[in-house]
Design a protein around this ligand. Structure first.
Ligand SMILES: *[C@@H]1O[C@H](CO)[C@@H](O)[C@H](O)[C@H]1NC(C)=O
Ligand SMILES: *[C@@H]1O[C@H](CO)[C@@H](O)[C@H](O)[C@H]1NC(C)=O
Ligand SMILES: *[C@@H]1O[C@H](CO)[C@@H](O)[C@H](O)[C@H]1NC(C)=O
Ligand SMILES: *[C@@H]1O[C@H](CO)[C@@H](O)[C@H](O)[C@H]1NC(C)=O
Ligand SMILES: *[C@@H]1O[C@H](CO)[C@@H](O)[C@H](O)[C@H]1NC(C)=O
Ligand SMILES: *[C@@H]1O[C@H](CO)[C@@H](O)[C@H](O)[C@H]1NC(C)=O
Length: 618
């Protein structure tokens, strides 16, 4: 159909304030400038003899090669242990609410009885709780049959670029402990905020993907298909069940993650460690974990980071983990999506200061040569009407809230944005000394750049917001949507808030790079195909929308690198497997399926396409 088409054209400009979309009116069908030489000739028709001539070529995935040497990033624990106070190690076993024999060693505040009490007080359920699925010991890995490693047919339309990724480009896949491990009450682990979220969901699932026992098989599968980096989180409540400094370290947890990291490296891959991923130990909520759901004045949940004991305890925990594993881990993330679990201004202060302390510890005491950073959760806010100043201001407010409160002090050494200081009354001012200490404490900008949000001002009926924490729009006080200026959705929709918005990703990377001046790692991106969980397995595996998401996003990343001069160090896809998405298993973010009865995994097409796209360009 002929008609008028309005094309958004993105100007690459130095600062976001100027970086508005420009709309250019054009008419007629899509131009095909590559076809200018083709003159109109009539086709000629003829008969021939039909034969089945189509032949199939097939390829096997290129596995990660076995390592020929092992790179180290710091001295081993034996040489670093003097950097942390002496900590006793012990073990506690697993919690079984049906057990008839109960521990009575209450004289020991860190004994078995006190440890069981952590679970009794958390009360996951009264008596039908279990975090045991099929497995209760580590499963030995078996090689992936070659028949599973044949690449699927290509999608008809695909990338035609000639760009390559720079040397050393990081590419990997991610999961987080609470979402995949299961075994939550096993081998000394204490409850965390994630266990309370699980309890309050209809599925009440504590088994998840049993990755705590299946990690070797999971890693084996990733190495076999050619994934280079494996990103996972370590639960604080496994390492230190009582959370606080002075409490004993769980030897079984140290052994587990040592073994996991060694196995990643033995397979030729490299580990990425996140220290906290929405799994704050319950101790920091005092007796009242329902405050987890209090409406925050800053982010979306109460991660208890504002607790006055949080910073010292987190830094202590972080030092224990770093001294044990820094020799083998090249990439560290302190906080996952910091903004999301910041309850108030004190929580923001805790996150920034705890992060900065660990950064200094890593580079100045451990002398680590790897990278330390944080992951930010911001969806890029783009103005609904880029020609309307009030829309642009609303988008600026939104972006400043979500990332500048961390980006200004950590990446630029400058104060919080004005909009934060104006709206969050309990924000903690940063002194000159604070800023000097915090400035530059990130080796990369980690962005979980799933999609965008379209931002416009609140209408009069939705106000007042600015000084009204009870308003659901507070504190950003803007309207968010995924409908564009001309009525269309901004892209192909997923089951959740994620839309396929690759050209905006390029725009966003330009914004981040030019504003915060740090190399960028896309630390999470992923796409939950609509209703995938309801499809037959064969259809789940042929996940073309997810492939389109990944290949289009990575194509735009290449343009950022080569055309816009943006330093992108790598991409980490979320997630390597369907997992428990803090509610249930139905938004499928995985690049592998999981049979919820047998725990069997299958590769989806998108995982082959993700790896192939990168291998073809390195
Ligand atoms: C405890 O007993 C209940 C009821 O018999 C059972 O459903 C549950 O699986 C048991 N829990 C454990 C951890 O064995
Ligand atoms: C466990 O018990 C709770 C409370 O009685 C119930 O709502 C839930 O459905 C049960 N879960 C399972 C897996 O049986
Ligand atoms: C803060 O955390 C500590 C544990 O370190 C806990 O004892 C205390 O009750 C918490 N305070 C509040 C106000 O929640
Ligand atoms: C626990 O916190 C919730 C949410 O803030 C609150 O409604 C409730 O009154 C608190 N309970 C106690 C015992 O403090
Ligand atoms: C780290 O480097 C500093 C300064 O050179 C040195 O004093 C310290 O001993 C080193 N630490 C380790 C663990 O090697
Ligand atoms: C700009 O946006 C505001 C809020 O949506 C609206 O009230 C105003 O009319 C718009 N101005 C123009 C010039 O379109």
């Amino acid at each position: 159909m002929r008609g008028k088409i309005l094309l958004p054209v993105f100007a690459v400009l130095n600062s976001f304030v100027n970086a508005q979309e420009k709309y250019v009116l054009t008419t007629g069908p899509t131009a095909r400038s590559q076809c200018a030489a083709t003159t109109a000739v009539s086709p000629t028709f003829s008969f021939s003899t039909f034969a089945y001539t189509q032949s199939e070529t097939y390829r096997y995935a290129i596995s990660v090669p076995s390592p020929t040497s092992t790179e180290t990033f710091a001295a081993p624990f034996s040489a670093l242990s003097s950097l942390i106070p002496f900590v006793a190690t012990t073990t506690w076993g697993s919690w079984d609410p049906n057990a008839t024999a109960t521990a009575t060693d209450f004289h020991d505040k860190y004994g078995s009885a006190s440890w069981s009490a952590l679970w009794e007080n958390a009360r996951p359920f009264l008596n039908n709780f279990t975090s045991t699925g099929i497995y209760s010991t580590t499963v030995s890995p078996t090689p992936v049959p070659s028949a599973e490693l044949i690449l699927p047919p290509r999608d008809y339309f695909g990338p035609t670029d000639c760009y390559n990724f720079p040397d050393g480009f990081i590419y990997g896949v991610a999961g987080s402990a609470a979402q995949i491990e299961g075994a939550t009450s096993h081998e000394g682990k204490a409850p965390s905020a994630a266990d309370i979220i699980a309890k309050d969901q209809p599925s009440q699932d504590y088994v998840t993907d049993e990755n705590y026992y299946l990690y070797k098989q999971d890693i084996e599968r990733l190495a076999a298909i050619g994934v280079k980096y494996y990103s996972f989180s370590i639960p604080w409540t496994r390492i230190l069940p009582f959370a606080v400094p002075g409490s004993p370290v769980n030897q079984q947890a140290i052994d587990h993650y040592n073994d996991l990291i060694d196995f990643v490296i033995a397979k030729g891959m490299l580990p990425v460690v996140t220290l906290i991923h929405f799994d704050t130990p319950l101790q920091f909520y005092a007796a009242n974990v329902s405050s987890l759901y209090d409406k925050p004045s800053v982010g979306y949940n109460n991660g208890a980071y504002q607790n006055e004991t949080f910073v010292d305890a987190f830094v202590h925990y972080g030092k224990i983990v770093m001294t044990h594993f820094a020799d083998r881990v090249p990439l560290w993330v302190t906080f996952n999506e910091a903004f999301t679990y910041c309850q108030n201004g004190h929580a923001v202060d805790s996150v920034i200061k705890a992060h900065a302390q660990l950064y200094h510890f890593y580079h100045e005491q451990i002398n680590g040569t790897g990278k330390v950073g944080m992951k930010y959760s911001n969806l890029f806010g783009v103005p609904l009407d880029p020609l309307n100043t009030s829309h642009v201001e609303a988008a600026n407010d939104y972006n400043n809230f979500q990332v500048a409160i961390f980006g200004n002090p950590i990446h630029l050494g400058t104060d919080y944005p004005a909009v934060y200081k104006e709206r969050v009354p309990d924000y903690v001012p940063l002194t000159k000394e604070d800023l000097d200490y915090i400035k530059g404490t990130a080796d990369f900008w980690g962005t979980d750049a799933y999609t965008i949000a379209v931002i416009s001002p609140l209408s009069a009926s939705e106000s007042p917001c600015l000084n009204t924490p009870s308003n659901i729009f507070y504190p950003e006080c803007v309207q968010q949507s995924w409908g564009g200026k001309f009525g269309w959705n901004v892209g192909y929709a997923s089951q959740t808030y994620v839309y396929i918005t690759p050209t905006y990703l390029r725009h966003y990377l330009s914004y981040l790079w030019n504003t915060y001046r740090s190399p960028i790692i896309v630390t999470e991106f992923g796409f939950p195909v609509v209703n995938e969980a309801a499809l037959p397995l064969a259809q789940q595996l042929f996940d073309s929308p997810r492939s389109q998401y990944y290949l289009s996003f990575m194509s735009e990343i290449l343009k950022s690198i080569w055309e816009d001069g943006v330093q992108v160090l790598g991409v980490i896809a979320w997630s390597f497997v369907d997992n428990w998405e803090f509610g249930d298993f139905t938004p499928h973010y995985g690049m592998q399926t999981v049979d919820r009865t047998t725990q069997e995994r299958h590769y989806k097409k998108s995982l082959f396409d993700f790896v192939d796209f990168i291998q073809a360009r390195t």
